[in-house]
Design a protein around this ligand. Structure first.
Ligand SMILES: CC(=O)N[C@H]1[C@@H](OP(=O)(O)OP(=O)(O)OC[C@H]2O[C@@H](n3ccc(=O)[nH]c3=O)[C@H](O)[C@@H]2O)O[C@H](CO)[C@@H](O)[C@@H]1O
Length: 360
């Protein structure tokens, strides 16, 4: 009997890999073979590497920039090269379905799948679809969405609302393990600061300017991004890490409140774990406005407070997080009313339904 095969794609930032990481173990458990096409050197390569059951193919990628850059001249050639590579890999591997999480690497992969007649299911984490997904959507059978509101931004008949997907490991966190990982010994509440998978320089600066005031009230764990750790500031109340993986569930379990960017995966993880959050969305110039909409939706639902970057100073940051902590019960109560179920199983079934029927 033919072993079913799924191919995944998605990358550029952790947010474009998280859902894939949650799904892969389910497919492996059910005896599927799993391949992944990502970029040669992107974060997806590092995140997928520990999964030994997955065959990883790295292809050439060019970024789809919204601004002028000399790389724009070179990138079309890389994109074309990547498209040929993706086409050939898919022709050789013959997957039954492609699941695409978006990010610029995914565009040539979706095209390669379409040319090889492999059905494609796309997943969109944000309220409005990203550029890569917008390009790829016409080639896909359907688009799974995290927000129900996303349907209005998609061509008729393509949307499949599923909700957020939470990695299994995040549900296994343990607060006391988190405390010993950070060597926290005081009874002060724990503030987690997470600037998105890529860190956030401006948030880092504001946090550090407010550090004296913040550490009077909180013990702080700061996930600050690559190259952003400031060793001279390290103290028993202030721990910094560039990025954590295995320890994240324990650190989340320990956190009382969170300051974060408004990347979709992160905010749904905080919602699932009932963490009151102060969101500082990327501006329209830094991203495409997706985080502003994510943050607004969460604020309207009563799950978070929002501080816009233009208004962020040491003073507004500290007073906003103090106010958030003071009203934490109100936020937790609203989050308890959230009816969204964890939707990993729904998504898993949807992908299986999209796959080609079994060959004997
Ligand atoms: C700059 C940019 O383009 N940002 C986008 C990117 O953000 P970004 O990659 O930051 O995305 P998300 O916040 O959605 O996801 C980050 C993921 O990384 C994990 N994590 C983070 C820090 C850490 O130390 N360890 C760790 O495991 C989080 O738990 C989460 O699962 O994708 C999101 C989802 O499409 C978008 O909403 C963001 O606008």
């Amino acid at each position: 009997m033919h072993k079913k095969k799924i191919m995944f794609t998605g990358g550029g930032s952790a947010g474009h890999v998280t859902v894939n990481l949650a799904l892969i173990p389910r497919f492996v458990e059910e005896g599927w073979s799993v391949d992944y096409i990502g970029s040669e050197a992107g974060i997806e390569r590092q995140l997928i590497a520990p999964l030994q059951e997955v065959k990883y193919y790295g292809i050439a990628t060019g970024k789809l920039r919204r601004y002028l850059d000399w790389q724009n001249v070179k990138d079309p050639f890389k994109v074309v090269k990547g498209a040929f590579q993706a086409y050939r890999i898919i022709r050789k591997e013959k997957p039954d379905v492609l699941f695409s999480k978006g990010g610029f690497v995914s565009v040539p992969v979706v095209l390669g799948a379409k040319l090889n007649r492999v059905p494609v299911l796309i997943h969109e984490s944000d309220l409005t679809p990203g550029l890569a997904n917008r390009i790829a959507i016409p080639l896909a059978t359907g688009v799974c969405t995290t927000f129900s509101e996303t349907e209005q931004y998609l061509p008729a008949g393509k949307a499949r609302y599923v909700g957020a997907v939470i990695r299994e490991q995040l549900k296994q966190g343990n607060a006391s393990r988190g405390r010993s990982f950070c060597s926290f010994s005081s009874s002060k509440p724990v503030l987690l600061i997470m600037g998105g998978s890529l860190g956030a320089r401006k948030i880092n600066q504001a946090v550090r300017s407010a550090l004296g005031r913040l550490t009077e009230r909180f013990q702080i764990v700061h996930l600050c991004g690559k190259g952003q750790v400031e060793p001279s500031l390290e103290s028993p109340y202030y721990r910094q890490y560039e990025y954590i993986n295995e320890e994240l569930p324990d650190v989340l379990a320990m956190a009382d409140v969170v300051i974060s960017r408004a990347g979709s995966n992160s905010i749904f993880e905080f919602l699932y774990l009932r963490k009151p959050m102060l969101l500082i969305p990327l501006t329209k110039e830094q991203s495409r406005g997706d985080q502003l909409l994510n943050a607004r939706a969460f604020q309207q639902a009563g799950y978070s407070d929002v501080l816009f970057e233009e208004q962020m100073t040491a003073e507004t940051l500290a007073s906003s997080v103090e106010a958030l902590y003071a009203s934490r019960d109100k936020y937790v109560e609203r989050m308890e009313q959230d009816e969204r179920k964890d939707t990993l199983s729904v998504l898993f079934q949807m992908i299986k339904n999209t796959a080609k029927p079994s060959r004997k």
